[in-house]
Design a protein around this ligand. Structure first.
Ligand code: FAD
Length: 286
């Protein structure tokens, strides 16, 4: 089923992001994660895409297939385009169609020194425009409540986001954030700009101290005072940080749901225990 059809029936969704194992030999391990996640009855699960190398060799499609065939949950396949040419994207799209996968999170991907850009696709909107000519997928796009790190500013970023939805992104999944007010302001600016598709906030429960600085460094999320205090106090106490990080994420989610968020997309980092605890914390709320 296309994710857009789920939104025709439901007001809001619960969904998870997972990443595929790097090695083929570890593919079976993903069942341990999926068996717990799928019992939580998410509306969909998205599977990340590691750019580099051959386009079909990163196990994204295999994991997506498993989610649908073995667990009966709708998968979304992430796909980046910066380092691929049109023929490689055609090959990937054909593989998706052969497997009956209907949902694609269309991404540009990060610029890195190790990988040459192909120049066939400069932005995620180019990928959507290209793929939709020959394929009937539901396209989703990424969005950034605190602006994309490369953007010239919020006006510029919003213009490009509008181009992405005009190209065909029917649902937006957000970058993680820790300050809900930033998300609310962003959502309002989207609506003013005429972006009326569902905007799903991405929530990352921070339960490990070694991840915090790295994550914040990579995505540039700002840390509100209330959350900084928690990190400063518990970063050397793993058990306390686990509990405090989960509670913070649950309080963020409750606030979002009571403020009419279109859903919650949980960055699980393949830790089913974290997703389970979060779902227990909101079971009567979602
Ligand atoms: P775009 O939408 O193309 O935007 C990138 C930048 O270009 C922005 O600054 C935008 O303002 C600007 N821009 C857009 N269009 C134009 C235009 N026409 N002219 C000028 N400037 C323009 N990365 C992975 O490698 N694998 C993943 O699985 C993955 N999953 C992700 C999931 C989510 C929910 C999110 C939020 C990000 C994910 N990423 C992933 C990271 C993503 O690839 C990077 O953030 C990347 O740098 C931007 O991708 P994008 O699709 O948002 O790019």
């Amino acid at each position: 089923m296309k994710i857009s059809e789920i939104y025709n029936k439901k007001k809001r969704t619960l969904s998870f992001e997972i990443f595929p194992p790097k090695k083929e030999s570890d593919l079976h391990n993903i069942d341990e994660t999926l068996s717990v996640l799928c019992k939580l009855e998410p509306d969909f699960i998205s599977v990340t895409f590691g750019a580099g190398g051959s386009i079909n060799k990163n196990h994204t499609i295999e994991v997506a297939k498993k989610i649908r065939n073995d667990y009966g949950i709708e998968p979304i396949v992430h796909l980046t385009c910066l380092n691929y040419g049109k023929s490689q994207i055609d090959e990937f799209a054909k593989a998706l169609e052969n497997e009956g996968i209907k949902n694609v999170l269309a991404l540009r991907g990060d610029k890195t020194d190790d990988l040459e850009p192909s120049n066939d696709f400069l932005h995620a909107s180019d990928l959507i425009s290209y793929m939709k000519k020959d394929h009937d997928f539901c396209f989703l796009g990424a969005c950034y409540p605190e602006c994309h790190p490369e953007s010239k500013g919020s006006v510029d970023d919003m213009e490009h986001l509008k181009e992405k939805t005009n190209a065909g992104a029917g649902v937006l999944l957000s970058q993680l954030f820790f300050d809900n007010d930033l998300f609310y302001r962003f959502r309002e600016r989207c609506r003013i700009a005429g972006i009326n598709v569902p905007i799903i906030p991405g929530i990352m429960p921070v339960t490990r101290s070694d991840r915090i600085r790295k994550m914040v460094g990579v995505c540039g999320a700002s840390i509100p005072e209330r959350f900084r205090k928690i990190i400063d106090r518990y970063e050397n106490n793993n058990e306390a940080l686990f509990d405090a990080g989960l509670s913070y994420a649950i309080s963020q989610i409750i606030d979002l749901l009571s403020s009419d968020a279109d859903g919650i997309h949980l960055y699980t980092m393949n830790n089913p225990l974290v997703a389970k605890r979060i779902c227990e914390g909101i079971k009567n709320i979602v």
